[in-house]
Design a protein around this ligand. Structure first.
Ligand code: PEP
Ligand code: MG
Length: 325
């Protein structure tokens, strides 16, 4: 079985009916990037930058960040690299003091792009480092915790400003760097139409989307099965996001843990998802699962999935989709 998986490193992620699905990797270390490359991933779909800010007492400067991002870009040799701006909040106790504050409700507090916009000098340092790394290969910028169009426009203004500065300083940066939004706040999913023209791509963060949509803390084990992507509201909202993105030709992926669990693959494929981003550790397993499914059959069963009224019904739908072999 393991040997068989190993052989899939060089195989396409192609369904039985011949449709290619893109598998990107989630990464946050040099090892992850190397593994993502060797497994034949389409690129990096989510590079978390929090680790650069944790376990230290001073903020990483532009040079250090630039080298880290450039190394990811170089490590992926021309494949797309998606780097997320820092997603710290009062729940992640960084010792630099950036996110450290006493908040009664960190999940609903100053985190992600909100924190970046509240500390423009910190954000501009990160954007400068990202733009400089864009001179070394295809790099896209992903914004976490977006809840409104204004946030995207504000980041774009900062980005334009620092791009002008960098060019004036003689740096080689990409002509156009794509900016995307994480869809993980329900408001962003519901009001996607209001800002879809302002983004180049989307990535659904199911870890947080499920948490906020179901009002169920993602790390509170007492909630048990209340925290689940197999809720009709989650399925329907994801269907809406994927459908609108595709109608507007905006690439959309799922980068939450849900994407990395092969058990959910039929559901995501049925909803029309063509891009997954997951930890490299399960990439080959997911490729194997996708290669056993017929996309046409799954898409034809989407209506049944959307009629499922509860978790058991969604689980039955999934069980009925398990392909032979
Ligand atoms: C998510 O929320 O699904 C996600 C991918 O981001 P994180 O787990 O870093 O919050
Ligand atoms: Mg998240």
């Amino acid at each position: 079985e393991r040997k068989q998986l190993h052989r899939l490193r060089r195989e396409p992620t192609r369904t039985v009916d011949g449709v290619d699905i893109k598998l990107y990797a989630n990464a946050e270390s040099r090892e992850d990037v190397a593994e993502a490359h060797s497994l034949g991933s389409a690129g990096i779909g989510l590079y978390r930058t929090e680790f650069l800010f944790l376990q230290r007492s001073e903020l990483p400067d532009e040079e250090e960040q630039f080298r880290a991002y450039r190394d990811v870009v170089l490590g992926m040799t021309g494949r797309t690299v998606t780097i997320r701006t820092v997603d710290l909040g009062a729940d992640k106790a960084d010792r630099t003091g950036l996110a450290l504050r006493d908040e009664p409700n960190p999940a609903l507090g100053l985190r992600g792009v909100r924190l970046s916009l509240a500390r423009p000098e910190v954000m501009e340092t990160q954007l400068r480092a990202l733009l400089r790394a864009s001179g070394y290969g295809p790099l896209r910028i992903l914004l976490p915790m977006v809840s409104s169009r204004e946030e995207i426009l504000a980041v774009r203004r900062h980005l334009e400003r620092v791009a002008g500065e960098l060019r004036a300083e003689g740096h080689m940066i990409a002509e156009h760097v794509q900016v995307g939004a994480m869809i993980e706040v329900p408001a962003a999913a519901i009001a996607l139409g209001s800002f879809i023209n302002d983004v180049d791509f989307l990535s659904i963060g199911t870890n947080d989307l499920v948490q906020y949509l179901l009002a169920a803390d993602r790390i509170n084990e007492a909630l048990g099965e209340l925290y689940t992507p197999l809720h009709p509201a989650v399925v329907r909202l994801m269907r809406d996001v994927i459908r609108l993105a595709q109608a507007r030709d905006v690439p959309v992926s799922v980068c939450g843990e849900m994407a990395g669990d092969p058990a959910f693959a039929p559901l995501l494929l049925a909803l029309g998802l063509m891009e997954f981003s997951l930890h490299p550790g399960t990439l080959l397993e997911l490729r194997q699962t996708i290669r056993r499914h017929d996309l046409g059959v799954l898409r034809a069963r989407a209506a049944t999935l959307l009629r499922a009224r509860d978790r058991p019904a969604i689980e039955r739908w999934l069980a009925a989709c398990t392909p032979a072999g």
